[in-house]
Design a protein around this ligand. Sequence first.
Ligand SMILES: Cc1cc2nc3c(=O)[nH]c(=O)nc-3n(C[C@H](O)[C@H](O)[C@H](O)COP(=O)(O)OP(=O)(O)OC[C@H]3O[C@@H](n4cnc5c(N)ncnc54)[C@H](O)[C@@H]3O)c2cc1C
Length: 122
Amino acid sequence: MPRWHRGRVVLMGDAAWCLTLYSGMGASSGIAGGELLGTMLQRHGDDLPAALDAWEARMRPFIGHQQDTILSMRRLFTPDDRREQLLRTGMLRLMRAPGIGRAMSKIMAKDMQAKNLDVAAA
Ligand SMILES: Cc1cc2nc3c(=O)[nH]c(=O)nc-3n(C[C@H](O)[C@H](O)[C@H](O)COP(=O)(O)OP(=O)(O)OC[C@H]3O[C@@H](n4cnc5c(N)ncnc54)[C@H](O)[C@@H]3O)c2cc1C
């Protein structure tokens, strides 16, 4: 959705960004979104539009990142065809290989950093 608020009405959690099984983070981002909204309302006093704009500006990149992982993670949960099945098996085997596994963990750690970002701490 292009906007998560209009006037005094705010969409939050699944109603706004609806993350999926593939990305995870649905409950976490709903709770963090609520906490951040409280912070922004407090910070901007009576200026509700400024509070809601600031809230959305901070939430959007975070949620966008989670949404971006949906299509790639889908392959891991529900491979579409034989090729994706083989790819998943190969990746899981590689992750167990000593040198390669460590390198892959580093790559995945970058993604986990974005997942673990405390978006509510603004
Ligand atoms: C099987 C499953 C496993 C999950 N596992 C995880 C997990 O491990 N980690 C994670 O982060 N997320 C997980 N999620 C996602 C997570 O549950 C949701 O993202 C999260 O609950 C969304 O919270 P929400 O408050 O936005 O919506 P909801 O929890 O759906 O709350 C919406 C509420 O609004 C009520 N409602 C609806 N219509 C009306 C109405 N007209 N009037 C009044 N009330 C209404 C509903 O009854 C509901 O109580 C999982 C989801 C499922 C289905």
